[in-house]
Design a protein around this ligand. Structure first.
Ligand code: HEC
Length: 206
């Protein structure tokens, strides 16, 4: 082999390696993008923050929230004493149906004690919000969130990662993946993911 042929072969090989590397890198990036995280993505967290602000302005959550009527719930995994509010809410340019559940817990929790000092017993605020069409068609476009009383998000350790509880919780095919809001609420009798029969979810979903 002459030197020039060797050089040409070498250059061609280098080019080929660079080409293969670029394609692989491109496909890896594409692959990563194609995998949709069912919950806790940055979009989910941003949306949960916007939803909190909208609920806050409407005095549904936060220190100035209107006082609701606490009642004894007791069903797992939610609180023992609960408060419930449901209505339409506008977030950005979307108006959707909202269900807010305040969960009160504590050793001496009771309806009377909660009425006396809500802040002391409020442990979490679980929210379902009907989002725009296409958000999660398999599950009637519900957006699920579990907030702390200050509006920050509860987190869960999964597969070595800490994931915020906001979004499609927990859309998945295996039993483990399914042990979340969607899975449990899909057994609600009316078929709209809502357990309380007095909550009528409007069919319209823009
Ligand atoms: C193991 C089953 C189960 C899981 C998991 C679960 N829920 Fe519930 N949820 C219930 C039951 C039962 C009720 C009705 C009784 C009550 O309020 O405790 C309920 C009620 C609610 C309500 C009031 C509306 C309704 O359905 O009547 C909201 C809002 C809610 N849950 C949100 C959530 C969110 C958000 C999650 C996930 C972070 C979640 N739930 C996880 C069982 C579950």
């Amino acid at each position: 082999m002459s030197t020039s042929t060797a050089n040409t072969t070498c250059a061609a090989a280098t080019l080929l390696i660079v080409f293969v590397f670029t394609i692989t890198a491109f496909q890896t990036t594409r692959g990563a993008e194609a995998v949709t995280t069912p919950m806790g993505s940055s979009q989910d967290i941003t949306y949960a923050t916007r939803l909190w602000s909208a609920m806050h302005s409407e005095k549904l959550v936060g220190a100035k929230a209107e006082k609701l009527k606490p009642f004894f719930g007791g069903a797992r995994p939610h609180g023992i004493i609960l408060e419930l509010v449901y209505r339409n809410l506008t977030v950005g340019n979307h108006s959707g149906f909202l269900v807010v559940k305040k969960n009160y817990n504590g050793t001496d929790v009771s309806v009377a004690n909660v009425e006396r000092n809500r802040a002391k017993y409020l442990s979490s605020i679980t929210v379902m919000y009907r989002r725009e069409k296409g958000y999660d068609e398999d599950n009637q476009n519900w957006f699920w969130v579990k907030y702390r009383p200050d509006g920050s998000l509860f987190k869960k350790d999964m597969n070595g990662k800490t994931i915020a509880l906001a979004g499609r919780i927990l859309k998945g095919k295996t039993r483990d993946e399914n042990a979340g809001c969607i899975y449990c609420h899909s057994s609600a009798r009316a078929g709209d993911y809502v357990f309380y029969p007095e909550i009528r979810v409007p069919p319209v979903n823009d």
